[in-house]
Write a protein that binds this ligand. Structure first.
Ligand code: FMN
Length: 136
């Protein structure tokens, strides 16, 4: 997979870290959009976000068919939209790490997969003059 990764600036990471639950948007192969709330979402480095799939249904099918996702955060002062591509990981150290994070909250959660989002685009999503402008 060829991915044009970009780095999330610190202020973007701060806003996403404070957003909970995080809206996660996907699209099916016909372009029909789908959005869900996600509690298990964390930034692991400047370019990478991990999401735990516990209950994804349309979201999982969409990610399989079309890896492009978008999330948005708002902290009362700033808002950012982050887009990227996901990999679905169901074994190995990354999966085990995500499973441990989920099971630390509740052993009852299925931790079906780790979704690794590689950040490709970041936009200002605050109302005002910079609304919609690409940041990275
Ligand atoms: C507050 C909240 C947090 C949620 N967190 C997660 C999560 O971390 N992982 C997950 O797989 N589903 C989570 N869900 C469930 C999804 O939002 C959604 O119900 C599920 O993906 C099925 O919808 P879909 O068919 O559109 O994928 C959460 C739901 C709510 C309301």
């Amino acid at each position: 997979m060829v991915i044009d990764m970009v780095k999330m600036p610190p202020e973007v990471q701060e806003v996403i870290n404070k957003q909970s639950p995080v809206p996660v948007a996907t699209a099916d192969p016909d372009g029909k959009p789908n959005v869900v709330f996600v509690g298990f979402l964390r930034i692991v480095d400047d370019e990478t976000i991990q999401i735990a799939d516990n209950f994804f249904d349309k979201t999982a099918a969409n990610m399989e068919a079309n890896p492009q996702v978008s999330i948005v955060g708002y902290d009362g002062k700033k808002s950012f939209q982050v887009k990227g591509r996901v990999e679905i990981v169901t074994e190995g150290p990354v999966y085990e790490d995500v499973k441990a994070w989920v099971h630390a909250k509740s052993k009852a959660l299925p931790a079906k997969a780790a979704v690794v989002m590689h950040v490709e685009e970041v936009y200002d999503a605050m109302y005002g003059p910079d609304a919609g402008k690409r940041i990275t």
